[in-house]
Write a protein that binds this ligand. Structure first.
Ligand code: APR
Length: 264
């Protein structure tokens, strides 16, 4: 795979862009074997309604059931690793003046791959918060109360530990959302990968970028509304295209051929 397979104007854009914003979704984690939200409702969990497993009302009604589902998903997650797509995005960051990675995924794989300052719009399944106060709960506290399902909260007598993810009916963290909108409005290039673009407000980030004058690139094996309105659409999985894009961006930051460190 080399940059010759990319459209020449995309190569130019990767080499001249200074500010890049990225939006990722479940597709970038698909090749790590992370089940999507729907796929995670298999086997034992098939009979449960999503609202029962991922809503404040569901948790209130049956905290143990919801806790056990998340613990099962965490166990699956612990057995997976970031893939070449996550790694390429982590590497790509160093080639631009600013690189803001916004994700809808709660799996934390971007961070595990080395990406910094990831804006996790839907939270992170690995962290815990108090069900009453939403204050973070330390890993030490969790370890000390691991036998309880769910563990109690240190912040409220009636609270429990719950995953730090956005459930149905809950608002996204305002500061995270604002930072994502600002990154979209301020970038030269918006790279979208592995999202169906069906869930708002994340789905509107590419059009915000486009309206502000940025070019939009979409990577997805199946075309979506985002692919159809993007400047470039690369059909295929993230592990195929993201490493090519990172390499192309890296070629630019090393300068023209023959000026690299070894050649001087
Ligand atoms: N590489 C890139 N994209 C892929 C790959 C791959 N290997 N495999 C699948 N895809 C694409 C699919 O074609 C689809 O367009 O990833 C997209 C996944 O779509 P969704 O499952 O709808 O995931 P996402 O867009 O992230 O959903 C947003 O919805 O379910 C909620 O909270 C959940 O954060 C999630 C949000």
């Amino acid at each position: 795979m080399n940059s010759g397979e990319l459209p020449p104007d995309l190569v130019d854009c990767l080499r001249s862009a200074r500010h890049v914003a990225v939006l990722t979704g479940a597709g970038v984690s698909a090749e790590s074997g992370i089940p999507t939200f729907r796929d995670a409702q298999t086997g034992l969990w098939e009979k449960h309604d999503p609202m029962q497993l991922a809503s404040p009302e569901g948790f209130e009604a049956d905290p143990k059931l919801v806790w056990d589902w998340y613990q099962w998903r965490r166990k699956l997650l612990a057995e997976t690793s970031p893939n070449a797509g996550h790694e390429a995005l982590a590497e790509m960051a160093q080639h631009f003046d600013s690189f803001v990675l916004v994700t809808q995924n709660v799996d934390g794989l971007h961070e595990r791959a080395g990406s910094k300052g990831v804006l996790e719009l839907h939270g992170n399944i690995r962290r815990n918060i108090c069900s009453r106060t939403f204050k973070p709960i330390s890993e030490n506290w969790m370890a000390e109360h691991a036998e309880r399902r769910p563990p109690p909260s240190p912040h409220h007598p009636d609270g429990f530990a719950r995953p730090d993810v956005v459930w149905f009916g809950e608002a996204l963290d305002e500061a995270t959302l604002e930072a994502a909108f600002a990154a979209a409005a301020d970038c030269d290039l918006m790279l979208v990968a592995g999202t169906a673009g069906a869930v708002q407000p994340a789905a509107s980030l590419p059009s915000i970028a486009h309206r502000a004058g940025a070019r939009v690139l979409d990577v997805n094996p199946a075309a979506t509304d985002i692919s159809r309105s993007a400047d470039w659409y690369l059909a295929g999985p993230g592990t195929q295209w993201l490493p090519t894009l990172a390499r192309t961006a890296g070629d630019a930051s090393r300068g023209p051929a023959g000026t690299g460190g070894e050649d001087l």
